[in-house]
Write a protein that binds this ligand. Structure first.
Ligand SMILES: [Zn+2]
Length: 101
C-alpha cells in the first residue's frame, strides 16, 4: 500500500512536506529592535541549538560587540543587520535563507 502523508494527504512520493519543513527550519531572521532605554540590539533568530553558541561567538568577535545566545536567539549589542548577514554567509550559512528586516 502507498503511504499517505498525514499532513497534506498526498502520497508520500509526491508530497513536499519534509522539504518544506527543512527549509522552514533553515530560515534565519535578522532584525534590530530597541531595548529598554532606547538601545538598539540586533536579533538573530532561527539558528539550530547545536550551532548557536559557536555562531554567536563568531559574530561577537567579528563585530567586536557584546551579545548573548539563549533560547535559540542571539542578541547582539548595537545595529549590525547588514554585517550579520555577511558574516553568517562567510560562516557557511546559505544567504538565501537569511532574511534581514
Ligand atoms: Zn505532505
Amino acid at each position: 500500500m502507498q503511504e499517505i502523508c498525514p499532513k497534506c494527504g498526498l502520497l508520500k512520493e509526491i508530497c513536499a512536506c519534509d522539504v518544506l519543513e527543512k527549509e522552514e527550519a533553515q530560515k534565519i531572521k535578522v532584525y534590530s529592535t530597541k531595548k529598554k532605554f532606547g538601545k538598539l540590539v540586533t536579533i538573530v533568530d532561527g539558528l539550530g541549538k547545536d550551532e548557536i553558541g559557536q555562531t554567536a561567538k563568531e559574530l561577537k568577535r567579528k563585530l567586536a560587540c557584546g551579545g548573548t545566545a539563549k533560547d535559540g536567539i542571539i542578541v547582539l549589542q548595537g545595529d549590525h543587520k547588514e554585517r550579520v548577514k555577511e558574516i553568517l554567509a562567510s560562516l557557511g550559512y546559505n544567504e538565501e535563507n537569511i532574511y534581514v528586516r
